[in-house]
Design a protein around this ligand. Structure first.
Ligand code: FMN
Length: 369
């Protein structure tokens, strides 16, 4: 029995946010022990190239667990090939009042209405500036502040993009969290087109300034019709998005409505989301083909769940709720299964692009060599 399995009954007696905080603090302490870290295992290498980046393996941490980038080293010690921090917003904001995170153990699910509680992009930037050398891919997930008017949403994403441009390997545009009023409306029609066009232009400007093109992924909801998915795919192609993350949490609580907390307001994640999210990957892959890679997320609680996402067309996968219910050993179990199934590829491998910015990320305006 591993350490997490022993500790889980104790952690599950605590309020979920306290349990998260304690677990992350313990991970950081263990990671600081370096080679003496009892959780440390040689990372399983299964290289894949996606968005022009070399991922040491295709299993990543989904956004939301480390919103401020305070625990990157501890989380990386679990063997992930990539870590996505955030969602961060331009200005700090407290999020919704607690309680805002609920466990549904019978369904191996969570419902959250955190509401982008975060310390703001500048706090994250300071953390990333001190991160030092790393051997995993780092994504930064960007959002808008709750009190930014909807018509100015694109400005919030542009601020985030500019601030992390030289520190991240890719950014994710989060337009699918259900807990910021109006955010999901950015997934459709003119609102989506306006946002993507603004980001494409901003990226063009920044890539000229810094001599590197930062890949942009867009994270979508699982609650989309076929017509909406088709329309999105068309716009993602037109505005040169580099990946789609499918999916965020669902607003459909019907599979858990009979359980304690099943009707809490918020997004549902974990096992009840799996089929729905995999179906979105499958349908999106039909629309996008291999032109824009899909990063699958939602309900991965076992190696088999991970395999199903790849079979549906994903190139990479991400986990969140699975870690809470199955513990950190899940990362290694999935990777061993993928390795046995012949996963990974060795095509055109390049180092993460984060290292090649021409200017310092201090935005002094000085041009480098
Ligand atoms: C407590 C909690 C907070 C989350 N916060 C974010 C967030 O800030 N940004 C984001 O893009 N997704 C966020 N998510 C969604 C996850 O990244 C993921 O898309 C979703 O939970 C489905 O994956 P899972 O079933 O493996 O958890 C959050 C999920 C949970 C459970």
């Amino acid at each position: 029995m591993d350490l997490y399995t022993l500790l889980k009954p104790l952690l599950f007696r605590l309020d979920p946010e306290t349990a998260h905080r304690l677990t992350l603090a313990a991970l950081d302490r263990l990671a600081a022990l370096g080679p003496l870290n009892p959780l440390r295992q040689p990372r399983i290498e299964l290289p894949v190239e996606v968005m022009g980046l070399r991922f040491p393996n295709p299993v990543g941490l989904a956004a939301g667990l480390d919103k401020n980038g305070d625990h990157i080293r501890g989380l990386a010690s679990l063997g992930f090939g990539f870590i996505e921090v955030g969602t961060v917003t331009p200005r700090p904001q407290p999020g919704n009042p607690p309680p805002r995170l609920f466990r549904l153990p019978e369904a191996e699910a969570l419902i959250n209405r955190m509401g982008f509680n975060n310390l703001g992009v500048d706090h994250l930037v300071a953390n990333l500036q001190h991160l030092g050398a790393r051997d995993f891919v780092l994504g930064v997930n960007l959002g808008k502040n709750k009190d930014t008017p909807q018509e100015q949403a694109a400005d919030d994403y542009r601020i985030g993009l500019e601030k992390v441009y030289c520190l991240a390997d890719y950014v994710t545009i989060n337009i699918s969290s259900p807990n910021t009023p109006g955010l999901r409306d950015l997934q459709h029609g003119q609102a989506l087109e306006g946002l993507l066009a603004a980001l494409d232009r901003q990226r063009e400007r920044l890539s000229r300034r810094h001599g590197k093109r930062l890949p942009i992924a867009v994270k979508i909801a699982p609650d989309l019709s076929e017509a909406q998915l088709g329309a999105q795919a068309e716009l993602f192609r037109r505005y040169r998005m580099d990946a789609v993350i499918a999916t965020n949490t669902t607003l459909d609580h019907s599979p858990v409505a009979h359980l304690p907390h099943g009707q809490e307001t918020g997004g549902l994640s974990g096992r009840p989301l799996k089929e729905k999210a995999t179906e979105v990957v499958r349908r999106l892959h039909r629309h996008l083909g291999d032109g824009i890679p899909i990063i699958a997320c939602g309900g991965i609680l076992s190696p088999q769940d991970g395999l199903e996402k790849f079979e549906a067309g994903a190139r990479l996968i991400q986990l969140y709720t699975g870690l809470i219910y199955r513990g950190p050993a899940l990362v290694r179990e999935i990777l061993l299964t993928l390795k046995a199934a012949g996963g990974g590829d060795a095509r055109g491998i390049r180092p993460p692009a984060g290292a090649c910015c021409r200017t310092n990320p201090d935005r002094s305006g000085n041009r480098g060599a």
